[in-house]
Design a protein around this ligand. Structure first.
Ligand code: GLV
Ligand code: MG
Length: 338
């Protein structure tokens, strides 16, 4: 049986692994910035103090004629900034792009000692991770780095979803996987044009009350991403790496953003991307257990004593399994409080 606490650590399969030695670090939001944008660059030190992970994005959303400027901008900001406890990540260009080799060479050589994780987009199978693993090993050796840079894959093609288990298990460097709903929708030929979140057309409707099919019926919007998130969570957890929800593009709809993040949290994700400062606090709130959840979990764990048997609390049966559920909640709350 797996230790329910294990998912808290960014571990990978296979021992001994350097990734397995890295202790828990809060990872509730991966905050994206464009290092080719001088205004955003100037705000990085302030933003870095507020987030768990800050990510310099080199891929989509950076114009092709700004790719070199973004790479260079990230080098400058990484060299000039003390990130403290905040993790520094980057998203490199995709493995079939003309920029990615220079992304790896420049970043590992110049700022490899500061980079915690490299996010790799459009990963389709284990071979993509094996390629990145080898390349990183060569560049780290040449740069004389004394700790490995970890790898995070974005799940955003139909092939990637079909191969998610092998991707999660592909290397001890694997730190986690994020859902990329925008590219995934395009790859699957889904008919939503939104960046993440729901769609008003994807719904279920209650039965008709009488003969009139239009009367008294209610509709409920469904979560377009439920299947993929659940699959990703299983693949990650089975390999002791961390699952994340990705972007929510409708920045002004903070209510739907919070709903989407919460669905992902309840299904097992540890964090989500934030694309705008307004999403930072949403992620912080959603991906931390509430005081009510913590109080309930404490009651159950205390009442269960050695964790075996069954007790009744407020008319509900609690047993070994629900005690483990409560430990998941308590462990996360405690790790975030440290
Ligand atoms: C993220 O990269 C996405 O495609 O949703
Ligand atoms: Mg994408």
């Amino acid at each position: 049986m797996r230790n329910p606490r294990a998912f808290l650590r960014p571990l990978a399969v296979g021992a001994p692994t350097p990734a397995a030695e890295i202790p828990f670090r809060p990872s509730r939001m991966i905050h994206f910035f464009d290092p080719s944008n001088e205004k955003m660059k100037a705000k990085v030190p302030d933003i870095a103090a507020k987030v768990d992970i800050i990510l310099g994005n080199l891929e989509d959303a950076v114009k092709t004629d700004k790719k070199e400027a973004a790479r260079q901008g990230l080098v400058e900001i990484a060299q000039a900034t003390d990130f403290g406890q905040t993790q520094l990540w980057t998203r490199v260009n995709s493995l079939d792009s003309p920029w990615v080799l220079d992304d790896f060479i420049t970043l590992v050589t110049e700022i490899g000692h500061k980079l915690d994780v490299i996010m790799v987009p459009k990963v389709e199978g284990a071979e993509d991770i094996h390629y990145v693993d080898r390349l990183l090993a060569q560049l780290e050796a040449r740069a004389g780095l004394d700790r490995p840079i970890l790898v995070h894959a974005i799940l955003e093609t139909a092939a990637g979803v079909a191969n998610v288990e092998e991707i999660a298990a592909a290397s001890p460097r694997m730190q986690g996987i994020s859902l990329g709903p925008a590219d995934l929708a395009a790859s699957r030929r889904m008919k939503t044009t939104r960046v993440g979140g729901g769609h008003p057309g994807y719904l279920v409707r209650t039965d008709p009350v009488g003969e009139d099919l239009t009367e008294g019926r209610t509709t409920y919007q469904q979560d377009l991403w439920h299947y993929t998130i659940a699959r990703m969570v299983d693949a990650c957890t089975a390999n002791d790496i961390l699952p994340f929800y990705g972007p929510f593009g409708d920045i002004k709809d903070v209510v739907a953003c919070e709903d989407q993040f919460r669905n992902a949290f309840l299904l097992g994700c540890v964090g989500a991307w934030s694309l705008h400062p307004v999403q930072i606090d949403i992620a912080k709130r959603v991906f931390s257990p509430t005081p009510e959840d913590v109080a309930h979990a404490k009651r159950v764990v205390e009442a269960m004593g050695d964790g075996s048997g069954a007790v009744m609390i407020d008319g509900k049966m609690e047993d070994d399994a629900s005690c483990k559920q409560c430990l998941v909640m308590l462990d996360l709350a405690q790790a975030l409080a440290e």
